[in-house]
Design a binder for this molecule. Sequence first.
Ligand code: SF4
Length: 441
Amino acid sequence: MSSSQKVGFVSLGCPKALVDSERILTQLRMEGYEIVPSYDQADIVVVNTCGFIDSAKQESLDTIGEALNENGRVLVTGCMGAQAEDITAAHPQVLGISGPQAYEQVVAQVHQHLPPSKSHDPYVDLVPSQGVKLTPRHYAYLKISEGCNHRCSFCIIPSMRGKLVSRPVGEVLEEAERLVEAGVRELLVISQDTSAYGVDSKYLTGFWNGRPIKADLQGLCEALGELGVWVRLHYVYPYPHVDRIIPLMADGRILPYLDIPFQHASPTVLKAMRRPAAAENTLLRIQQWRQQCPELTLRSTFIVGFPGETDEDFDILLDFLAEAQLDRVGCFEYSPVDGARANDLTDHVPDSLKRERWERFMAVQQEISRDKLATKVGQRIDVLIDSVDEEGAIGRSSADAPEIDGVVYLASHPSLAPGNLVEVVVQDSDDYDLQASVSIS
Ligand code: SF4
């Protein structure tokens, strides 16, 4: 029977929070703590919270309450930890609170309330070389920076996470290399603003395997492209320097995929949102990118019903959508976030109108998505297999990021296993997904 100290861990929130959880878990495992999957087995429970929007905060508070009821000894960390008074008001019994990326602090709190077992032998209690990962083994999020230099009026992340701090390029690449050695086949590059990578460190050159690498988006992507796995970029803004990444996509060195959260298209709304790169001629830029790299998949998210959004602004957005022909699109109805400056704006849009606009927006995009996917029928594409069961397999192509985009359904095939990269022929399509069969060549 194991004598190690047992920690339960609940991870809420976005992929960035997941990366924080993985780091904390890796550290605890290294120190000999055992991570257990249930409240009743745990000596203490850590809840990594999300505080991005009010519903996420409520979920965080509910989860803390559940952990207190089921276990009683609870530490809270993550985004909501930056608003400690809200947590203590609801749950004064929590043992400790730390904010986002406070790895040392949360680990120190675990030490304080549950000292590490003396019998821990670092040579026996080995941590896998890639650390502890919560995502499936064949894909992993690679966080390249923390914080954000922008001040979008609907967002409180900069006040919670601070200004942009880029991780040294050598450190990022070493982590990526370790992940690939451990079996990862797809790296999902994340941050609050991936296009701003290196701005804070003045693009200070770093070293990887003895070679100098410039710490900017291009230098990072070129180096990641050498690892021989899928590299997918999230949260990129359409700045002119992003043009330099497109040839790497056209050459197949990184995936031809860009996740650009446009949020709106009307200049008035973008200004009120204080969005980065709002003044760029986005449609022209998209057109040029597609000329250079026709297989480029563009993903984006939008907000409808932002305060002050008029019928005319909304029509501009729908026209943009029709013109831009984006491949993957998510849309949210605006909802106020505690502490965000957008709350002070006038002319809030009534909920019924927000819903109506959301429905109209989604109808337009659904048709675009359906038509775009229909053009893929008959094509051969590469698919990374995520899961396999007796009914068949589910995979993703270069156009599909995990959890947010569509998938490719495959009939069962004896040789398929998660993490396989296979060539398939697309047989059919619907609004968001594809059906395909493994190509026998
Ligand atoms: S770019 Fe805007 S929305 Fe994104 S984290 Fe920064 S402030 Fe928030």
